[in-house]
Structure formats: C-alpha cells, structure tokens
Design a protein around this ligand. Structure first.
Ligand code: GLA
Length: 725
C-alpha cells in the first residue's frame, strides 16, 4: 500500500490510542498505520506474544493467550514457544531473554505478569519471578509514523542477595508461525562492510554477533525477515536493529514447530553482570518494524525513524555539508602549509567543512607513536592549530579534527604515565593491533581523562566537527582493578562510558558535530547514532566497490548518515573509474572529497566544481528524501537508485553501468515513488538522457521508464526531476 493510502486507512480506522488494552481478556494491541503488535497474559500469568504484522484495528479479534499443555515429554518446549520475554527456568529450551544465577547456585527463573502502565505511546509491563523478587520490566515505545516499536528491558534485583545476570536480552521478536522464511543481514570485513546477504531460515539457530568490543565490521546489528517472496516493492518484511555499539548478539531460531524467533541484546559471550540488592540494569533498545511493501519500504521506515527520532537534532538537523579530508592524499604527513594549500583548493570547489585527519598531534609521524597525546605537534604546526583554523574559517569553511580517544600507543606520554589504564590481564602479553592498545574506558578515571582531552580541544579551538575513530578491536579484556566477579562488566560499562562522553560533549557544545568512524564502518549502529551526525562507511572509497557497500548500508541506515568520498584512482583495489562516476556514487550520501587536490588537472577541478554545485541542489532530496533502490549492483550490470523528496516535488535518479557486454543497450529504468498523474521536468546532468521529451508524466516514468546512454564500462549519469505545478 502506498504511504498516503496507508495513512488514510489508518485515519479512517481512527485509533484514538496507539496502545489498547482489554482488561477482561488481558490483551494488548499496539496499532499504527504500518503494523500491529499484540500480546496477552494467559491463566497462569505467562506473557505470550500473539501477533506482529499488518495493521489491525479491533482488539476483540485478537484471541486471548491460552495456557498450553504438554504434548510429549520430549517436546515440552512447545508450551513456551511464544513467550514474550522468557526467563530460563522450568522446561524451557529456546534462547532465553533472561538468565540469572543466584548466590546459592539456583538458576531457575520463571517470569509471570505482575502489572503494567501505559503513558501515551509507551507501555511498561512488569514481570516477576514466581518466587523471588527478581523483576523484568519490558518497555515498549511506539513510533506511530513508522510503526516501529523500541523494546528494551530493565532487570531489577529486589532480593537480599546479589544475583549474577548471565544473559540479558532486549527483546524476543516472533514471526507468524510458518515455514520458508528468509533472513537478510549485513556482513563483511574491513574495506568490504555491509554486504547484503539473503538466505533461507531452517530449523536450528543462526547467530549474528560481535565479540569485538564494538558493533564491528563483520556483522551489523540489523536483520530483516520475509516469507521468502518479498522484493524491493512487494511482500511482508519484518526488520529490526539493536542500538548497541559493543558486543551484541541476535539468535535467529526456527523451532521444530515452525516458529521463527529472533532474540537480541547484550552478547552472552564472556558476559556476566552482578546486580547487588536493589540494583538494576537496562538493556539496549531493540527496534522492530514491519512493512507490507517489501525491502524498499522497510529501509525507508528505518530512515524515517533515524532522522526523526534517533540522530541528534531530529528533523531540525542541518543538511550534511560537503567535506574535504586529506587522509588519502597526505596520510601522516600533515603540515600547516600543506593543509593550507589543500584548504585553498578545497574552498574553491565549494567544500564547506575542512577536516584534518590523523597525524596532527603528539609524535604522530606514523602509526607507531602518539595516540593518547592529544596536543598539537609543534613541528608540524609551528604557529599552533589556530593559524590553520582561522585560515580555513576565512575561506568560508568550518574546521574539523580527527581523534582516536580510546586508544594509546605504547610509545606515548600517556602510556608511560598510566600503563595500567589499558585493558589487560596482569602478567600476560598485551596484544598490539596497529601498534596500539585499548584504554579501559569502563574505568571512570579513563572516561574522565578522555572527556577532558576532548573538552580541552573543543574549548581551545574553533572546532565544528570531530571525526572520532577507533582503529582496533578489543583483546585481553581484563580489568584487574575490579572485583573478580565484576570484571566481565567491562564489555558493557565501556560502551556506557563511551556514550556518556559523547552525550556530555554534545550537551556542552551544542553546535559540535561528530562522525563515528572505526577504521571504516566498524561502529555503525543505532546506539551511537543518538550522538553522531554521520558514519564513516568504509575505508574502501573505490566507487564500484562502494555501490555494493552502499546498497547494504542503505538497508538499515539513511543516506544522510553515510559519509561518501571521492578519491583518486587507481584506488587501493587497482580499479580506475572516471571522476564523474566517482562523484555520482558519492553524491548518494553525505558527499566528501578525499583526493589529493595537488595532483588534479584543471579539467578535474572544473568537473568537481560542477558536481559539488549540483550536489548542493539535490542533497536535500538525497539526505532527507525517500530512497528507491531500482537496480542492484549485485544482480545487474546497471545499478540505479532514485531519491524522492518528502514533499514529492523533486527526485533524482543515479545510474551506473559497470560491465557492458556486446554493446547491449542499457535497459529502460522504471522510476518509482512518483505521482502517476503529475508531470515532471527532466534535466540530465550530462546529456546522457536519450528520451527527447523534457517533460513526462509520473505514469510514463514509472511504467515505461527512462532510456539512458550508458555504453561504457563505469559509465554513469544522473537525471534530476522537478514536479510541475
Ligand atoms: C582509519 C580511518 C581512516 C583514517 C585513518 C587514520 O583507518 O578509517 O579514515 O582516519 O584511520 O589513521
């Protein structure tokens, strides 16, 4: 159903309330324009999941939760197959949402309903162990425009003894019972992040996770599940994403009774968290949504949610500026004169934010020294950093600075002063990766040191933007200063302190912007998105590879958060593509230039100036509009994406050809998301639009499509559409 039509149905149904409750039958029904979600309490007090799918409006239609009985002594688990938030206890065998150990070794936990409280679009349901005062409060926050529900839980120890949490999950999500489901997920590695995978779900369990300390390059905390027949435009798709930047885990299970369930939250691997009497722990938010209109709408709903409710400043956020960064051009060879020279050239292109990357501080001439010493290198900047910043500002650009605050090189003043600040197991080797060690940010003195280092930079210099990097994963995650039973809490407390620093920085410097980078896309998740304006998508900036990385990224994250640079060729993978192609690929996100401008020809400058000016015209549509993935680079030799502005007035089509064969003409590209009855004016950016009419109806554009002259390998073009009054 079209979005407007869905909203119409919704308003005709006219749910006065998003969350309804039937006292008599103990059923909750959450309804939005896109989806409904229901659960209920059975006669024993067990909270059961009852429904998740397209919108319902009548709570009486939803059957009440009924107690289930044993069918076979070998299959008692069917009884608990749809428990909304299962504790590990009684005859339960699936992945539990909560597992605890008491001081005396007792690990049985059976959670039953106690009470609930609804406020507007939020609902809390409290469950308690059948004997002990151990509670799980299940939180639901509904975002009516998207139908997405945020679920998380607070676990409380009301007993008089400490308990150890062995697993604390945010939520278990259930698909309607059935066979033949398919899982979509994003996997990859450094320089090849967010590759889209689709595979059948079979009986048993598939685990998606990170054990790296960060959300990670290998798997991204996002999933989608469809009945096996969805495509970009059609079919039912359930999707979810976890807001956590540390070790996370999704277990995707299909039971012998064809029940597919996804349980996600803190990774259980090496996890343990002690709750003393009266203490509580909150799990990260796990967002879940549903679309009846395929993977395309699922991504658009996620993008809407992120822009409006997760990222800083919500819908008031400014458009992402065009950025220049010299990392690929100069690497560590950063100098005041060199940066000024590049800044002057960048400003002429129309760049708005000039970022100095790694190499400006301490004894940072290569990656062997300096991390931890966040003071300006006097040899490289004999007049201090301010001289460069003022120059950059006079050129009309904002100034940004690279930092990697969680890390330390053993060759640094910080490490010499505080060798105990890194995570370590005493007396055992400290594995260096990229010659660096990880500070134990779970420790509050380390958190305070990092905050003050960044605070000092932000207050001493006119800095608009930090690129916050993290260039290695954890190893030897020891915390010798903590009590032995609490040392594994490092995994969680590290991330909380990381968020705390980001939150405090943003509060103190409201105009400051931050990019989340981790050697590329190692820290791309909804947890850190609450505090950052952009993600560094990948260290791989090669344009054709990027089409695949960006296709995966766009499943889960909006284009405005996707940093995308134009860099030099041949790129690290030895491929060379034309400059226009590189620009058009990067213009589908937050555009940046990372090329060595000292090597550019006048022709390059002219084209780049034109492309940046064009980007400024269309970036509102790209960054804040709706994305339609028309042709995938995975399956076609033409890849195409279209962005439509929220008011429907503008659209832009990007198309790429990578490996033409036998001079076969490119297929007509059928557009989407337009108004059939409206007429649009078309403007080709480079004359490769073969259709002669300058104006066409939405109907023709969507039914017949556009003909583009994409003849060569790595050919590309864009068409800008403006709706006529
Ligand atoms: C990481 C980042 C790069 C660059 C280098 C600097 O690899 O992803 O963009 O900042 O660090 O060392």
């Amino acid at each position: 159903m079209h979005r407007v039509a869905a909203l119409l149905v919704f308003s005709t149904i006219c749910m006065a309330q998003t969350i309804q409750f039937s006292e008599a039958r103990k059923v909750w029904l959450i309804t939005t324009a896109h989806s409904s979600y229901a659960m209920g309490v059975d006669g024993q007090g067990e909270l059961q999941h009852l429904y998740w799918g397209g919108p319902l409006w009548r709570i009486d239609d939803v059957p009440a939760a009924v107690e289930k009985h044993e069918i076979s002594s070998f299959d008692p688990h069917q009884m608990y197959e749809n428990e909304e938030y299962p504790g590990w206890g009684g005859p339960r065998y699936y992945e539990p949402a909560l597992k605890v150990r008491r001081a005396d070794g007792d690990r049985d936990l059976v959670l039953h309903y106690v009470s609930h409280a609804a406020r507007g679009d939020e609902l809390d349901i409290t469950l308690k162990d059948i004997r002990d005062d151990i509670e799980a409060v299940l939180h639901y926050r509904v975002y009516p425009e998207t139908g997405v529900i945020a679920r998380w839980s607070t676990i409380r120890n009301g007993t008089k003894q400490a308990i150890t949490i062995e697993s604390a999950q945010s939520a278990t999500w259930y698909m309607p019972r059935g066979n033949g489901y398919r899982l979509s997920y994003l996997s990859g590695r450094w320089a090849a992040e967010t590759q889209l995978n689709r595979e059948p779900i079979h009986e048993g369990m598939k685990v998606l996770e990170s054990r790296l300390g960060e959300s990670g390059h290998n798997l991204n905390p996002w999933f989608a599940i469809d009945p096996g027949d969805a495509d970009e435009q059609h079919g039912r798709v359930w999707f979810g994403a976890l807001a956590w930047s540390g070790n996370w885990r999704f277990s995707v299970e299909q039971t012998p009774y064809q029940q597919v369930r996804v349980t996600g939250g803190f990774n259980t691997f090496d996890f343990s968290y002690v709750l003393k009497p009266g203490e509580q722990i909150e799990t990260p938010e796990f967002y879940g949504g549903f679309s009846q209109n395929g993977f395309g709408e699922a991504s658009r709903l996620m993008a809407d949610l992120e822009r409006a409710h997760i990222a800083p400043h919500g819908l008031q956020a400014r458009l992402r500026p065009v950025l220049y960064n010299s990392w690929e051009a100069t690497e560590f060879n950063v100098t005041e004169t060199g940066q000024k020279e590049l800044a002057a050239k960048a400003a002429k292109l129309g760049v708005e934010l000039f970022v100095v990357d790694d190499g400006w501080f301490g004894k940072r001439n290569n990656d062997h020294a300096g991390l931890g010493d966040w003071v300006v290198n006097p040899q490289k900047f004999p007049h201090g950093l301010n001289s460069l910043i003022e120059y950059v500002n006079q050129l009309g650009m904002d100034f940004g600075l690279w930092v990697e605050p969680e890390m330390v090189n053993p060759d640094s003043d910080l490490y010499r002063a505080h060798p105990d600040w890194v995570m370590n197991f005493p007396g055992r080797p400290r594995s260096e990766l990229r010659n660096q060690l990880v500070l134990n940010l779970a420790r509050d003195e380390v958190r305070d040191y990092i905050f003050s280092a960044l605070d000092n930079l932000a207050s001493s210099y006119h800095i608009k933007y930090f690129k916050w990097d993290m260039n290695r994963v954890f190893s030897e995650p020891g915390w010798p200063e903590a009590a032995s039973a609490e040392q594994k809490e490092l995994w969680v407390k590290y991330v909380w302190n990381y968020y705390d620093i980001l939150r405090r920085l943003r509060e103190k410097y409201p105009g400051l912007e931050i990019e989340s980078c981790s050697g590329g896309g190692g820290r791309v998740d909804l947890g850190v998105l609450r505090y950052v304006d952009e993600f560094w998508t990948s260290d791989n900036t090669e344009a054709f590879d990027r089409l695949g990385i960006q296709e995966g990224f766009s499943q889960a994250y909006a284009a405005r958060f996707m940093s995308a640079w134009v860099t030099d060729v041949p790129n690290t993978n030895h491929r060379s593509t034309p400059l226009e192609y590189r620009f058009l690929v990067a213009m589908q996100g937050a555009l940046g230039v990372g090329a060595n401008l000292n090597k550019w020809t006048q022709e390059d400058f002219d084209l780049a100036t034109k492309m940046i000016a064009l980007y400024k015209q269309i970036r509102g549509t790209v960054q804040n509009g709706d994305l339609y993935r028309l042709l995938s680079p995975r399956t076609n030799d033409v890849a195409a994406n279209q962005y439509v502005s929220k008011d429907g007035q503008k659209a832009v089509l990007f198309a790429f050809r990578h490996a033409q064969q036998y001079s076969t003409p490119a297929p007509a590209i059928r557009l989407r998301g337009l108004e059939a009855r409206a007429v649009y004016r078309l403007e080709s950016t480079d004359g490769k639009l073969l259709d002669e009419q300058a104006e066409m109806s939405g109907a023709y554009l969507m039914q017949n499509g556009l003909h583009l002259q994409l003849e060569d390998d790595y050919d590309s073009t864009a068409v800008v559409l403006q709706r006529l009054p």
